[in-house]
Design a binder for this molecule. Structure first.
Ligand code: TXA
Ligand code: MG
Length: 368
């Protein structure tokens, strides 16, 4: 612990091009480091921070120059809007033109939490933050480190996920370090995130609320609160001609360096097909990765096998997905085969990310 602090101090004093690191827990936040983060943000700098979903790359949401810096650091197209993070409900009002009653109900149920809502924006929100749109995405995260930092920064922090554009979202501070360590001012290390997939996005700018991105909160959980909510038709993988409404959902995302394919079908057929694909790859001299669960670990004797979590608790699968994709990048595998995860709670969100990472490469184990 002591040694780490000394190294962090060294990084701060001697290597100005590298981000300052501050490690803390939600139970024991480092108030001094959070003050410093707030100052950096108010002065137009960039700070990465933990949330319950994934790490965010924060800048002052009301400062157009900060938003420009965020796009540059991530290498992200500037027409892909950022989410504004707030640390109390009242902060929402100055950002938006109106808050529909249905949105109020959703906030009552799920804020603070893994929920982003889209409204018509007010004058104070710069177009640099909304990617030129007249609408704004807002989220109140459920993480003490994030909320204290937001308050110290003046209340409004624009933050996309803190990864290089196109890479898996970061679920550990070391992922942020890897992608952005030499491009930003500070990284708040709060350990591994709780959920591991980005927030659910609900758009309130249309007649009926629309889910633009599935997350920890699934359609059924939203329907328990809203009379009606529909899924953006652009998200259905069959609808290849309909563009998703959220600009970020249109890009190829989370792409590992290796070719990734999802194998689906009856359980026994999936096990057998993945074993066969591993054997074929090994015969060709390739390095083959396999993503399995605790339940299926024993089915795969060969290959670089990684256990993603347990089907009995699909939150464990969600939490490790991005980490495993990054691990395979460092392991330099040529191909990855994964089981499919149509689990009840988070299956929709997991498969949304996995299908993108696989570039829609799906193998049906029940045919042939
Ligand atoms: O969990 C999360 O939401 C994380 C943490 C850091 O809060 N943030 C995150 O941000 O995932 P990002 O930028 O990686 O994803 C934001 C998504 C993008 O797909 C973007 O296109 C969409 O939200 N979005 C933002 N504002 C929008 C708007 N006004 N209309 C439609 N889509 C919007
Ligand atoms: Mg992202």
């Amino acid at each position: 612990m002591m040694r780490m602090t000394a190294i962090e101090r060294m990084a701060e004093n001697t290597d100005m091009s590298h981000a300052i690191l501050a490690r803390m827990t939600e139970e024991n936040p480092d108030h001094e480091a959070l003050k410093k983060a707030g100052k950096i943000l108010r002065e137009g700098g960039l700070v990465a921070f933990p949330t319950e979903t994934v790490y965010g790359l924060g800048g002052d949401a009301l400062n157009p120059e900060s938003s420009k810096k965020i796009y540059a650091a991530k290498g992200r197209p500037s027409d892909n809007p950022l989410i504004i993070h707030i640390a109390d409900r009242e902060s929402l009002l100055p950002l938006v033109q109106e808050v529909p009653a249905a949105a109020e109900r959703l906030m009552d149920a799920y804020w603070p939490g893994p929920l982003t809502m889209i409204f018509r924006k007010s004058e104070i929100v710069p177009y640099e933050t909304t990617g030129g749109l007249d609408t704004v995405a807002v989220r109140f995260p459920n993480n003490r480190i994030a909320c204290e930092m937001i308050r110290e920064a003046g209340g409004y922090v624009a933050a996309p996920s803190a990864n290089t554009s196109g890479r898996p979202s970061p679920t550990l501070a070391s992922h942020v370090e890897e992608d952005l360590g030499d491009k930003i001012d500070m990284i708040l290390d709060g350990g591994q995130v709780e959920i591991g997939l980005e927030s659910t996005i609900v758009d309130f700018t249309e007649e009926t609320p629309v889910i633009l991105r599935p997350g920890f909160l699934n359609q059924q959980m939203l329907e328990e609160v809203l009379a009606e909510v529909r899924m953006d038709p652009g998200l259905e993988s069959e609808n290849v001609h309909v563009r998703p409404k959220a600009p970020g959902m249109r890009y190829r995302h989370y792409a590992p360096k290796a070719k990734l394919a999802i194998v689906q079908g009856k359980q026994e057929n999936v096990f057998a097909r993945i074993r066969q694909l591993v054997d074929e790859g090994l015969e060709q001299g390739a390095k083959i990765g396999v993503i399995c669960t605790e339940e299926s670990r024993a089915e795969y004797p060969k290959g670089e096998v990684r256990c993603i979590g347990s089907r009995a608790d699909d939150r464990t699968i969600a939490r490790h997905l991005f980490e495993i994709l990054r691990d395979f990048d460092s392991a330099d595998v040529d191909r990855i085969y994964t089981e499919s995860f149509d689990t009840p709670h988070m299956g929709q969100a997991i498969m949304n990310r996995l299908i993108k990472a696989a570039g829609h490469e799906i193998i049906d184990a029940d045919t042939e």
